[in-house]
Ligand binder design. Structure first.
Ligand SMILES: Nc1ncnc2c1ncn2[C@@H]1O[C@H](COP(=O)(O)OP(=O)(O)O)[C@@H](O)[C@H]1O
Ligand SMILES: [Mg+2]
Length: 355
């Protein structure tokens, strides 16, 4: 677990230090007080990325050159400095040249306040959801994804050149197919592994709220089709016209099915919120099962739109023994006493209101 966290020039905080406890801790405060910033700092420290943005640049405090996050996780000392010019990664006092040792330290699930987009929004959000999980399970995942994205970028650049040189584009088919097929396989396996967890998580929140039973499942929809090379060949003429690669895992999607129907159109808004939570809980359950230790859970205003019953059902469904950072504007809906310290954030300062 994370026992200590320190930020410098991270979003709204010039500097902030926090002692964390096992189990739950609550951060309450009005809007724009820094709740999300604290959770996002935990995420960046542990995973070197945020599911909320494509790059880390917007996290640098305005007028600053870079941010630093550091903390103690179990016996590991983690330090990360980031600026557009320079990144520095230190684990137990040793500067790291790669990310693999550092990223082995901790796993994490981020329950965001825009998770409804997982159900209703475009495929990109669902790919990000899979990638963030895949990178925490399969060592091959991150590297394969990066290699595919590199090949895709190069190939698209060539497709945009005037005049297009067909042979040069075709020279990129092989690396694109090789990395694309591996990524397709990894994502297919991941969706298959995750799907029963999604249904199980859904059952557990649903049982507590008395909703009618439904079967929730996931289906992988590969943008590479069944035969990537064949699909690439079949779309060649259209690619030349539209000047971009049309087939491949960058077009992947994951169908979310409630009793076999697409949840985005079939499920009610309340059901969709429960589904989104089930997807996150499933990530937590799968990571817990694989690593034999629960991931750190970040819950960012996840409760805003939920009725009190569902809020309490969610709290009850979180993996036992997990460390939880819970941000919310208020706590009066809790059925029991908060099971951990409560911090109030006011003017970017932390004030303990329950220890
Ligand atoms: N890079 C940044 N530099 C300075 N302030 C920022 C930066 N990014 C966000 N903020 C500010 O941080 C404040 C706190 O944001 P946030 O952590 O999202 O608050 P909360 O989750 O409590 O509503 C907001 O006022 C926001 O404008
Ligand atoms: Mg927030």
């Amino acid at each position: 677990m994370l026992s200590q966290l320190k930020l410098n020039d991270f979003r709204c905080f010039e500097s902030l230090e926090l002692e964390a406890v096992p189990g739950a801790q609550f951060f309450i405060g009005d809007n724009a007080q820094g709740k999300t910033s604290i959770l996002e700092a935990v995420c960046v420290l542990l995973r070197l990325a945020t599911p909320r943005a494509a790059t880390l640049v917007p996290l640098i405090r305005t007028q600053s050159r870079g941010f630093a996050v550091q903390g103690q996780f179990g016996t590991s000392r983690m330090q990360f400095y980031f600026s557009p010019e320079r990144k520095k990664l230190v684990l137990d006092g040793q500067e790291q040249s790669g990310t693999s040792r550092y990223l082995k330290v901790a796993r994490m699930v981020y329950f965001g306040n825009t998770d409804l987009d997982l159900i209703r929004g475009g495929a990109e959000g669902r790919r990000k959801f899979l990638d963030f999980l895949g990178g925490q399970i399969e060592p091959l995942y991150r590297g394969t994804l990066r290699a595919y994205e590199r090949a895709l970028r190069s190939r698209n650049r060539l497709l945009k050149a005037v005049p297009v040189r067909r042979q040069e584009v075709e020279a990129y088919d092989a690396p694109l197919i090789e990395t694309g097929e591996t990524l397709t396989r990894l994502r297919r396996e991941l969706v298959a592994e995750l799907s029963p967890w999604v249904d199980r998580s859904h059952q557990s929140i649903r049982a507590d709220t008395g909703d009618i039973p439904e079967m929730l499942g996931l289906a992988y929809e590969p943008g590479a089709g069944k035969d990537f090379a064949g699909k690439l060949a079949a779309t060649r003429e259209e690619e030349m016209r539209l000047r971009q690669t049309l087939a491949g895992p960058h077009r992947d999607d994951m169908a979310i099915l409630l009793d076999g129907h697409a949840a985005a159109v079939y499920a009610s808004e309340g059901q969709q919120r429960t589904l989104a939570l089930s997807l996150r809980l499933a990530q937590a359950g799968l990571l817990d099962a694989i690593w034999k230790t629960p991931p750190v859970l970040l819950l960012d205003d996840t409760f805003g739109e939920l009725d009190p019953q569902r809020r309490n059902a969610l709290i009850a469904a979180l993996p036992t023994g997990s460390q939880q950072f819970i941000a919310t504007t208020r706590l009066d809906w809790l059925q029991t006493q908060p099971a951990g310290p409560v911090w109030r954030l006011n003017e970017r300062r932390l004030e303990a209101i329950k220890t």
